[in-house]
Design a protein around this ligand. Sequence first.
Ligand code: DOR
Ligand code: ZN
Length: 347
Amino acid sequence: MPHTLTLRRPDDWHLHLRDGAMLQGVIGDTSRTFARAIIMPNLVPPVVTTDDAAAYKARILSALPKGHSFQPLMTLYLTEHTSPDDVEKGKASGLVTAVKLYPAGATTNSHDGVRDMDKAMPVLERMAKIGLPLCVHGEVTTPEVDIFDREAVFIETVLDPLRRRLPELKVTMEHVTTEDGIDYIKGAEKNLAGTITTHHLIINRNAILVGGIKPHYYCLPVAKREKHRLALRKAAVSGDARFFLGTDSAPHVDPLKECACGCAGIYTSINTMSCLAHVFEEENALDKLEAFASLNGPAWYGLPVNEEKITLTKREEPVRFPAKIETGAGPVTVFDPLFPLYWDVSE
Ligand code: DOR
Ligand code: ZN
């Protein structure tokens, strides 16, 4: 087994950076290791227009620690009132990399999302025409549908009909959590890819519910049964170009997670590459980590791969990550994979 691994600098194709003091507190954990990230627009209020995205991008760049170079790839939050012309303007100016679909009520700050897909069709048609990808939070919100089935039902009742209606629309199915999602992506002829988070490769639903309720393992889509985690692992380490890293690192301050109605989100920006090297080594697939973290994403989004490299080193002793980071907004608990981590990013 090799003890060092050099890869092209990775990118994170799904990231929550928030704003203000939280943005300031978390951005360095991403920009230390990652060259670019697709930035989620679910702020309060959401990033809906090209002007909103330009202003948010400027705030992100001004929060960057000195000496870090990092490119935020901006997304627009799709509403039922989004203007097709504004979306086209965003793409033409090079500012907007994708548009994000949140079914209304599916997750954190999604109430301004889409209730009726028909109302979003003019924008989606324009995106298909101009080649702008749609990033999808793939869960239905219908109360009768069990939370563990929401991804599978979304594929059947929303995503597949949409893709049949608009086969030219490029869709990124974000944070795939089920075997159904993996199979659906593998079965698609074109214009469909999926991101996989670090934590969904490591935990199943027992992490949230066994031995007491564990709010720091609660995220959306919620982690599923073990067979789904195994399907995700198999896809991630396969080298298949349709699967790539989107951490969905989503910081919330501890008081908002450790309460009667805790927020969804797991913070992995700081230890993602260590966790991934561990997972890929367990799967005897360290040689596929670069495809997953550094090559497949740029290929899908039509961007150049990063020229810079990073080196991961396997240490003799476990690498210590803080249990929490302190931000100006409050403490944020760091994802604990529940096994020691030996791989360390050494530039
Ligand atoms: O766990 C999650 N947290 N899933 C999401 O879809 C949103 C995110 C957040 O913004 O906190
Ligand atoms: Zn997310």
